[in-house]
Design a protein around this ligand. Sequence first.
Ligand SMILES: Cc1ncc(COP(=O)(O)O)c(C=O)c1O
Length: 433
Amino acid sequence: MSDADELRALDARHLWHPFTQAGTAPPPLLITSAQGAKVTDSDGRQYLDLVSSWWVNLHGHAHPAIAAAIAEQAGRLEQVIFADHTHEPAIRLAAGVAALLPGDLDRVFYSDDGSTAIEVALKMAHQYWRNHGEERGRYIAFEGGYHGDTVGAMSAGKSSGYFSAWHDLLFPVEMVPFPATWDGDEAIEAKEARALAALEQALAAGPVAAVLIEPLVQGASGMRMCRPDFLRGLEQRVRAAGTLLILDEVMTGFGRTGADFACVKAGIQPDLVCLSKGLTGGFLPLSMTVARDQVWQAFLGQELERAFLHGHSYTANPLGCAAGLASLELLTAPACRARIKAIEAIHRARLTQLAERPDVARPRITGTIAAFDLVGDEGYGAAIAPRLKAAFRQRGLLLRPLGNVLYLLPPYCVEDADLHHAWDVIDEVLDGI
Ligand SMILES: Cc1ncc(COP(=O)(O)O)c(C=O)c1O
């Protein structure tokens, strides 16, 4: 038995893969290395990673600058309890991210992944009001929003369609419509007006702890995009109602939407922002919930109960923070900014062309994210998804359609020729399917 065969047999014997029905899924690809925008399997075949490995990778796999920063940090300080202690990578990364975020979003609470960043924000919002002498248990979120797989995050994302097995576990979160739009959408103003009216109505029904949204792009429910105008309208309503605005920028952060953050692109000022995925350039799990000064102030006092009594074993892990610092340096370099623009331009040219096909609907682009719907069966369980995935895999593309939604979300280092090739292959596969 070759090493690869032995590993595959052990995987089949011992592993439980995420979001996978092992009863029907083909065996997973055994990946042995990765470089730039490509991952390589045990047979030496390469695949262009057009999903940035679940939206985490920014600058390419095994980027030497990030790898070196982690190695250097591992030889100096790998981990230390973050209560009563602090360290340079956590401090510098917090200051670096705060400098890119708008206004006084200056106070960073670290946790482990996107889901925990959301749990932290929901809990902070709740306690913020309690510390002000009010009990506020109502949250508002958006239809189709996805915020992670822990119980609070599932509650806020329960309309995304992933959580029917656990509906009876979830706490109530009120849902308002999300005005998803695409190129040439003539009904968008009416949809936005309806969504804002529903939001106003929900806000008027009584005190709300917070409004939570994935700004500009709802990722997991099918790369559903909204206009910056809508977010500005939403911000006004949230301000008028005197509640907190939480942005889930777990996917949209760090350049994906063409700006450093979606809130910068939309010109809005949230009270809390959740960041993860690209935070470490895709190397290590780490997240942040970033709060405005007035949120932080509400937790100060003489009593322990006023403090935010929440934390995780690996809070502010130095290796993750070192990766984050190296990634931030790459992100803010002019070369990376130029790549982000180039990717958007290629997406624009190629999707405009592809959208002439009768089987392609709702073409949409925000920054480096391009998506469209395939006409026919809809939803995450659409039968076409596994067939498409297999056809792309055969042709060396790592693409994972969200049901009948096909999207590209490449690392910024992807080469123009490779990205063009991917669009060519998509056209060819759609011809054959
Ligand atoms: C917008 C958004 N929020 C939260 C999460 C949860 O992040 P994690 O999977 O790191 O827990 C995701 C994951 O895809 C996401 O896309």
